[in-house]
Design a protein around this ligand. Structure first.
Ligand code: CU
Length: 396
């Protein structure tokens, strides 16, 4: 029995076990506020400079009330990369209903999908998304995962079915847990925000704006082989594209939901007012370590792998291995009229680059000019930006 067949058998058994119906968990009224999230697993295409559409597997946000038939009709073949970023709060109940819509481009491939919340201290293998240890979700079936996150911080999630393949194909994103301390009284008298990276007790991880950015690579030969029903040998892994939230520079600085990138809706543009404390929630679901720099602005690492640092440190180079996460704070510097200034609808701003240290990862498939794993931090003159209403919000 080949590995894929074994996984298939497990997925089938899982489908029978739950009768192919979502475990909605609706019987008991939860004491805590809940988050209910609908995700679908399917395939699709994204846009990268220097080549045609790139075949991906991925997730998309879908309505919870829709039938499986309606979801297949409306969302099959419309995966996004990165997958939706999930924003939940400590001790709240989180239900994620996953529907497997099947693949438009590979109808022969009847893979299941799962959701693995990487780093979650889970008490139950059932909701861990490792198909060999629990179940996968077969095509046109649903399963509802249940989590009660007790540990704030930045995590990631991904499909764990044929994981080396499905992760590289794009079934990856960030999930983060806001601390219970959020929303109370301001702990730092000098800084009146009430949002924090962790339950620090003293406001030392307070932030005004936060941005969740997933680091990744794309090996186009693996994606093309998948689309053409060929095997890719992963020891040949040598990626051509280096992405932030599924985009390469200059895509990374386009706003959220830019119409030119319908299946890469998540921007990595960082816009701030001078003096703002900015939290970067960073995670790496590629297969290479990345070294990230923000020249001109020191970075303070306050958390690592969803664990607050006992001894936060300031650095100019951040090393992030595969499967690792970092919580990084920086303070937006004063606007400097003598430095290069650019102007947009929000006014004049200075630009800082948040970028990979390796020049080979700052290019799109070797073409000239800045590309790859880079984005901009824009610090505006005055304070024209309103408070953030969602993580990674961009302002036109
Ligand atoms: Cu999958």
């Amino acid at each position: 029995m080949k590995r894929r067949d074994l996984l298939k058998a497990g997925a089938l058994a899982g489908g029978l076990l739950i009768g192919g119906r979502a475990l909605q968990g609706s019987a008991e009224a939860a004491a805590n506020p809940e988050a209910r999230i609908g995700l679908a697993g399917t395939d699709g295409h994204i846009t990268l400079p220097g080549r045609g559409p790139l075949y991906i597997f991925g997730f998309a946000t879908v309505p919870l009330a829709a039938s499986v038939g309606d979801l297949v009709a409306n969302y099959k073949g419309k995966a996004q990369h990165v997958a939706p970023i999930l924003d939940v709060k400590q001790d709240n109940d989180v239900y994620i209903t996953l529907t497997n819509l099947g693949l438009v481009g590979r109808p022969d491939l009847v893979d299941a999908h799962t959701i693995h919340w990487h780093g979650f201290r889970t008490p139950s293998a059932l909701f861990d998304g490792v198909p060999e240890a629990s179940i996968g979700v077969p095509i046109e079936r649903q399963f509802t995962y249940f989590f009660r996150p007790h540990n704030p911080g930045t995590y990631m999630y991904h499909c764990h079915f044929e994981d080396v393949e499905h992760v590289q194909m794009g079934m990856t994103s960030i999930v983060f847990v806001r601390p219970a301390q959020d929303g109370g009284s301001a702990l730092d008298p000098l800084h009146r925000t009430t949002t924090y990276a962790y339950n620090d007790g003293d406001g030392s991880t307070a932030y005004d704006r936060h941005f969740a950015i997933l680091l990744n690579e794309i090996e186009e030969r693996e994606h093309d082989a998948d689309e053409q029903i060929q095997e890719f040998i992963f020891t040949d892994y040598d990626p051509q594209y280096f992405t932030l939230n599924g985009r390469v520079y200059p895509q990374t600085i386009l706003p959220n939901n830019d119409p030119s990138l319908p299946y890469q809706p998540v921007s990595s543009l960082i816009q701030a007012n001078p003096g703002d404390r900015v939290l970067l929630r960073l995670a790496n679901l590629g297969y290479l370590q990345h070294a990230m720099q923000l020249p001109g602005i020191p970075m303070k690492v306050v958390g690592e792998d969803a664990t607050p640092h006992s001894f936060p440190y300031v650095t100019n180079t951040l090393y992030i291995g595969p499967g690792e996460a970092r919580d990084v704070l920086f303070t937006a510097p004063p606007f400097n009229p003598s430095a290069p200034v650019t102007t947009d609808a929000r006014g004049s701003y200075n630009t800082y680059l948040f970028k990979n240290r390796d020049f080979r990862r700052l290019s799109n498939r070797g073409s000239p000019g800045l590309g790859g794993m880079a984005t901009e931090v824009r610090v505006y003159q005055g304070s024209p930006l309103p408070a953030q209403t969602s993580v990674g919000e961009t302002y036109a």
